[in-house]
Design a protein around this ligand. Structure first.
Ligand code: SF4
Length: 323
């Protein structure tokens, strides 16, 4: 049984003009000690899927269908109070986007980590302080940094501090939302190294949300490429990046420079992701797809297993229907 099994998840936002289908029939699994990368452009539903798993949706966001099973138990059906006491922080925690804003400016980072431990576990303050110091060391900072305020830390250190905070209660699953965005490339490399070390040293599973495919290919075992609230391609990270089948994945890969591959011209994807209030009929990528066929505007492709085991793609080019 997978640690996390998301099945046919649908999450919509109610706005004045109607329902925004931010996550529309999305399924994926994360096994114990496995890491999944959720990739795609902004507005494709990656963060909304993650916030659904943590039940941290804004007032106008609602899970309208599907299941999110953690160790077999459907957390969608769980009462908020039960979820807060049993799951959030203890079993699933999150490294939020933008470490600069995720820390309270008037408390030391040690205080903030200790607070998370004391809030969710029955331990003495001394024990919580000791654990906070160990966590700070675990993410590669000197122990004395626990006494520092966020403004006394660099961007990379703040990112490490929020990572330490996410690990405060020894969760089974950590969701990292754009962990390297807004950091310069040197600091990105340091954060990436810390995440890789944590993955190999701790028995945790991870969901890494990023538009940076190179980050996902470095630290994830498998990947789900999201487009317009749906999964376009899903499978083993090596298969996806070496033999991308969906035209959207192909375009995303060529939009990023490769350090080890031959020099190629970067290409951008023409157009924008669709308005999810009124997504286009058929394949949602068809207005931007260079291979679009007649059937693509009429019939939505299903996510189907292709070629190798555990590689799925939603595209008529690989689903047997071409016209
Ligand atoms: Fe392109 Fe058609 Fe495949 Fe959609 S289904 S990605 S429009 S070829």
């Amino acid at each position: 049984m997978a640690l996390l099994d998301v099945e046919n998840l649908r999450m919509y936002y109610e706005i004045m003009r109607g329902e925004v289908k931010a996550v529309d029939n999305v399924s994926f699994q994360v096994d114990t000690k496995e890491s999944l990368g959720l990739a795609g452009e902004s507005g494709c539903g990656k963060t909304s899927a993650a916030l659904s798993i943590l039940k941290l949706l804004p007032w106008n966001g609602k899970i309208v269908g599907g299941a999110i099973r953690l160790g077999g138990e459907d957390i969608v059906k769980m009462k908020d109070s039960e979820f807060r006491n049993k799951i959030r922080w203890k079993r699933i925690s999150m490294i939020f986007q933008g470490a600069m804003n995720a820390l309270h400016p008037t408390y030391t980072v040690g205080h903030q980590i200790t607070e998370a431990i004391l809030k969710h576990e029955v331990v003495s303050k001394r024990e919580a302080n000791e654990r906070a110091t160990k966590l700070i060391e675990l993410v590669g900072m000197e122990s004395e940094r626990v006494k520092r305020y966020p403004h006394e830390l660099s961007g990379g250190m703040k990112q490490r501090a929020v990572t330490a905070m996410a690990l405060a209660c020894n969760p089974d699953l950590v969701i990292a939302d754009e962990p390297t965005t807004a950091l310069d490339v040197i600091v990105q490399a340091q954060v990436l190294k810390v995440m890789k070390e944590l993955k190999s040293r701790l028995d945790i599973s991870m969901i890494v949300i990023s538009h940076d495919l190179s980050l996902i290919s470095e630290i994830c075992d498998k990947s789900a490429i999201m487009y317009a609230g749906r999964i376009a391609e899903y499978g083993d990270v090596v298969h996806i990046y070496k033999e991308a089948l969906h035209p959207y994945t192909e375009k995303l890969i060529t939009a990023f420079p490769s350090v080890i591959g031959p020099k190629t011209e970067l290409s951008s994807i023409p157009g924008f992701p669709p308005d999810l209030l009124r997504p286009p009929p058929g394949c949602r990528f068809h207005p931007r797809c260079p291979y679009a066929m007649e059937i693509c505007c009429k019939k939505e492709p299903s996510l189907m297993e292709v070629e190798s085991k555990d590689h799925f793609v939603a595209c008529h080019l690989h689903g047997g229907e071409k016209k």
